[in-house]
Design a protein around this ligand. Sequence first.
Ligand SMILES: [Zn+2]
Length: 277
Amino acid sequence: MNDVIQRFMFEHTATRGAWIRLSKSVSDALEHHDYPDMVNQLLAKAMACSCLLVSSIKLAGKVIFQLQTDGKAPLILAQSNEQYHIRALARLDNDSPEDTPLLGKGHLAITLAPDHSDEKFQGLVTFDDDSMNTALERYFDQSEQIPTKLYLASTKTETVGLLLQRMPGNQYQDVEIFEELTILANTLSDEELLSWDLETLLAKVFHEHDIRLLPSESIQFKCSCSEEKIEGILINLGKEELLDILKDHPYVEIHCDFCNKQFLYRKNQIDKLFDNT
Ligand SMILES: [Zn+2]
């Protein structure tokens, strides 16, 4: 089964939803790292969240989902762009005491970075020993004013998410229908979420409602690092700084933390870079 995200609408109501299943794209993104399984599962859920954010906000650009806490994994970061190219990384604090939880207290930061603009928009919500689901629900509620319910389940190899949202317009019946739909969705077990495809899930859980499915979209791991971007970083650092590095090293080395790719620049390449500027 391919890695996909699919949106759907509950006809004649203000509720919409999105369903996501990730497997290969996550293993492709994580094979560049050597994290423990528990961290991989957090990153998989974070990548699902970043895709659900993109589908909900419909931004031409990228969304960065960043969980920063005082836990054993102080940083969980996942990113998706509007084509659902995803990537992720974590930082681990190996000096923290044995009984420290992976996620502690801190905050969830959602950054929206539109293409063709240097401006970024960041929304912050507290993360207080809770789950990613409730933190993202809080973000949608506080920063986007969209009441949201999110269900996430994962195994070592698969991650599935279901998002329900009530769109603006606070008609009394809309609020009631959204509540009714979330009560139905609350009955879903992790096993059911993981084993059913979207059609089965909708038929079994929401069979009394008319639902319109939008086309599914595929998701893949793709790192956005490129020679062009690295050269931009080098030019920003300045020639003097780079020549300083080259006094002690045969080349300037830049490493992509997402995909582990190394970019090496020798003196003649650095010279050429600044000739063109
Ligand atoms: Zn990369």
